[in-house]
Design a protein around this ligand. Structure first.
Ligand code: FE2
Ligand code: FE2
Length: 302
């Protein structure tokens, strides 16, 4: 039995005070938005309660689905790196970037490059798989379980929160999924933006969502994880067998609506009679208040 813990969109608060020169960009719109509303949605106490509960579960690996920061201030990336270290060492935690982690074009060394150790292919995968273009997809294998991390984070104009994978990354993903499929591995794919058409509008969706859906259908995957919409959702991508596609709410959300309240997930994965089984448990503070408790338990596969 392997346990994968997954949370997304922590949007770490509080926001560091930005230098005026850092606001001379799209960041100014994000800063106004943060001050006007988002700072009331993303609650650090809720995130801390969730991560404490998650760490107590002793999962085999932790996956973080992007949007660690808010307007891509250099100080936010430093704080996010500190936060990642509280979750575990780079070989115990994987992270992918979200659109807020690429809010403006910036030097990788002062941006997501600070999380590089959490976004690399591990030694077990390195033996037969190479990183995709620009380091994505990266693959982390733990015996027969494989986690494939994609980057859909590209800087976009103001009022766009969309993303893009690009043809080269999609081609590498297809190859990786086929190779892991031949090995009979459990393939968990993690991408920040919603991976199926119809889940997000044009300004918030993945530009090449149809291409991603086609790759997932053709090459196959056992589980797909995403964040970005800040909504708990389970969809099935038709196939033989169908692939569960799980969307996570923000792990720091103070919303009380059942589908938007803060959560993390535990995926328990095992094999029975040569077939994969996967059970999903969502845990969070009920109604965004009180202790972290089980919110749902579902057999996704088997
Ligand atoms: Fe987000
Ligand atoms: Fe996002």
């Amino acid at each position: 039995m392997f346990t994968l813990a997954y949370l997304s969109d922590p949007h770490l608060a509080p926001l560091p005070t930005p230098a005026v020169r850092h606001l001379m960009s799209k960041r100014v719109f994000g800063y106004i938005n943060w001050a006007a509303s988002r700072k009331n949605i993303h609650d650090r106490d809720i995130l801390d309660a969730i991560t404490q509960d998650m760490l107590a579960q002793g999962a085999d690996h932790i996956a973080v689905g992007g949007d660690l920061v808010n307007i891509s201030l250099p100080d936010e990336f430093v704080r996010a790196a500190d936060w990642l270290r509280t979750l575990g060492a780079p070989d115990e935690v994987s992270v992918i970037p979200g659109n807020h982690d690429a809010y403006v074009a910036m030097n990788a060394a002062t941006g997501i490059g600070r999380w590089d150790a959490y976004m690399t292919t591990n030694a077990e995968s390195m033996r037969h798989l190479a990183d995709g273009p620009g380091g994505f997809p990266f693959v982390r294998q733990f015996g027969e379980i494989a986690l494939i991390g994609l980057s859909s984070a590209v800087p976009k104009p103001p009022f766009f929160a969309s993303g893009k994978l690009g043809a080269a990354q999609l081609a590498a993903l297809e190859q990786i999924l086929q190779e892991l499929g031949k090995q009979g591995a459990f393939r968990a794919v993690m991408v920040h933006h919603a991976p199926l058409p119809g889940l997000s509008g044009r300004r918030r969706g993945l530009d090449d969502v149809h291409d991603l859906e086609a790759v997932l259908r053709q090459a196959g995957a056992e589980l797909v994880l995403y964040g970005h919409r800040h909504v708990h959702a389970v969809n099935m991508l038709a196939g033989e067998p169908p692939t569960p596609v799980v969307g996570a709410p923000s792990a720091s959300s103070s919303h009380t609506d059942p589908d938007q309240q803060a959560r993390y997930y535990l995926f328990r994965i095992w094999q029975e009679s040569n077939a994969w089984k996967c059970e999903m448990t969502g845990r969070g503070p009920k109604g965004a208040e009180g202790p972290v408790t089980e919110l749902e338990k579902t057999m996704l596969i088997g």
